[in-house]
Design a protein around this ligand. Structure first.
Ligand code: UDP
Length: 490
């Protein structure tokens, strides 16, 4: 009923603009979109953002909204629609939280969310909608109601443009080893076909139509909001803005907006374990490497074992977040914990990543190159050692290593692929050498360290008053209010 929706009516003279946001059911999408909703609500008193999710996903939003003001009314509202029934246990609704088979089922059910979303929009008639790019049909529903629709992308301008070019080229893995991406500004981008997300390949026919629709909608919607900042990928932002989208807003890194509240930074996206921050307090500045692979990566036990041995052999301090292990201790080498002692800390489960990255003891970040993680690492001014595993992660690595220069590949030599079965095991000696070389302050990677530090300053100033992301956010708000006032959706 409409009573589910708490309408804020403190000031009857002021029109509150109700903006509904629809994130996809994965933490890498829920978290940045919640950050963005927070940003919207704190940037304009008359904008009232509502996160629209399935019931099992509300906890990831409330944890990111912070506990400190839970007694007062949250400026960001939450509204739910039922999770599509696909035979999973109630509450199992998030990619990367349960078993991997459940995750694939949830991932595959994204199009079934449509009727629930449609009902919410038809019923509440918001003034504008902001849809995860994975839900392109929301644009059509909004157009019918003549309300503006923005896309929110959980990746950067470079990966979006690359998808766009590749979905036209449709490389064939059976015929080519490498592909040179045509139609991009900047340096020539050439990538092994094995490193591309399968859905851009010619043989993945069932995705072709969907990707095409997503790309077409990208150009048709009122505007596109990208969690990036111009200083990171200027050429690609300009290309997206000038030749693809009607309007584009580069408002990131949105993770920094959650730093406004000490509690939300610790519990962002889950229950953050905070003992690790006290452990870091006793380590020297820039002496610890954070090793973390995002919210949904799965490793084979054998690879975890090699990684454990590699970190041991590296001789470096490390904080390692281990997730998604069905047999928790199978990977752990005998006597490993005792040998490591206080030099390393393993977090099982969820870590307060943004708070860890901001800690002075962290000197480098071994990352799977999820877009959120690389932006968070960049904002913290940290050099990154890249170990991509799937999806757009190799593309993001390409940007960081070969275009920007704030990261280095952990392993250049081996066979790597977005499909786990086609990837070679990364051996412990490779890991040990890469980590120890990367941590040397004046070693062969000093220019990478320097670039990363520089970029951290650029990222933070983009968000400061007058910075590019702050200006883009103001422009977004004024364009959106204008459109809502004049009831135009173009
Ligand atoms: N994250 C976190 N703690 C963890 C693992 C992940 O806070 O233990 C957060 C991380 O800060 C980021 C998000 O989860 O905001 C993961 O998004 P990303 O795009 O990096 O990777 P994905 O999980 O989508 O592969």
């Amino acid at each position: 009923s409409s009573n589910d929706f708490p309408i804020n009516s403190n000031n009857v003279n002021t029109k509150k603009w109700r903006v509904f946001l629809f994130p996809f059911f994965a933490r890498g999408h829920l978290i940045p979109m919640t950050d963005f909703a927070n940003l919207l609500s704190t940037s304009h008193p008359d904008i009232e953002p509502t996160m629209v999710v399935t019931p099992g996903n509300t906890k990831f939003i409330t944890s990111s909204l912070g506990k400190s003001n839970s007694s007062t009314q949250q400026p960001v509202q939450i509204l739910t629609y039922p999770f599509p029934s696909i035979g999973l246990k109630p509450g199992v609704e998030t990619v990367g939280v349960g078993k991997s088979a459940e995750s694939s089922a949830i991932d595959g059910a994204f199009h079934m969310a449509r009727p629930g979303q449609e009902q919410v929009i038809q019923h509440y008639k918001p003034d504008a909608v902001i849809a995860d790019m994975k839900f392109p049909w929301i644009a059509a529903i909004a157009a019918e109601l003549r309300i503006p629709c923005l896309f929110f992308t959980c990746s950067g301008s470079f990966p979006i443009l690359l998808y766009r070019c590749l979905s036209r080229m449709r490389p064939n893995a059976g015929l080519h080893d490498h592909v040179t991406v045509l139609g991009l500004p900047g340096p020539e981008i050439r990538m092994p076909v094995l490193e591309l997300p399968p859905f851009v390949l010619a043989e993945e026919d069932n995705y072709a139509q969907y990707v095409e629709c997503m790309m077409k909608t990208l150009a048709d919607v009122f505007g596109v909001v990208v969690n990036t900042f111009r200083g990171l990928e200027l050429k690609y932002c300009e290309e997206l803005e000038n030749t693809v989208a009607r309007r584009a807003y580069f408002v990131g890194p949105v993770s920094v907006s959650c730093a406004m509240d000490e509690h939300s930074i610790l519990d962002r996206g889950g229950e953050g374990e905070t003992g690790c921050l006290r452990w870091l307090d006793n380590k020297e500045e820039r002496s610890v490497v954070l090793v973390s692979f995002g919210s949904q990566s799965y490793f084979r036990s054998m690879q975890l074992h090699e990684l454990a041995m590699g970190l041991e052999e590296s001789g470096q301090n490390f904080l390692w977040v281990v997730r998604g292990v069905d047999q928790p201790e199978e990977w752990m080498p005998e006597g490993w914990e005792e040998r490591i002692g206080n030099r390393g800390l393993v977090i099982r489960g969820w870590a307060p990543q943004v708070a860890i990255l901001a800690h002075a003891a962290i000197g480098a970040f071994v990352t799977h190159c999820g877009w959120n993680s690389i932006l968070e690492g960049t904002a913290a001014g940290l050099p990154m050692l890249t170990w991509p595993l799937a999806h757009d992660q190799f593309i993001n690595e390409k940007l960081l290593v070969d275009v920007v220069g704030c990261a280095a590949r952990l392993w250049e030599g081996g066979k790597r692929s977005t499909t786990d079965m086609k990837s070679e095991l990364v051996p412990r000696t490779v890991i040990a050498q890469a980590v120890s070389r990367f941590m040397e302050p004046k070693g062969e990677y000093s220019s990478v360290h320097c670039k990363a530090r520089e970029l951290g300053v650029v990222a933070r100033s983009a968000l400061a008053k007058g910075g590019s992301s702050a200006s883009d956010l103001s422009r977004l708000i004024s364009d959106l209010i204008n459109a809502m006032q004049s009831k135009t959706c173009q």
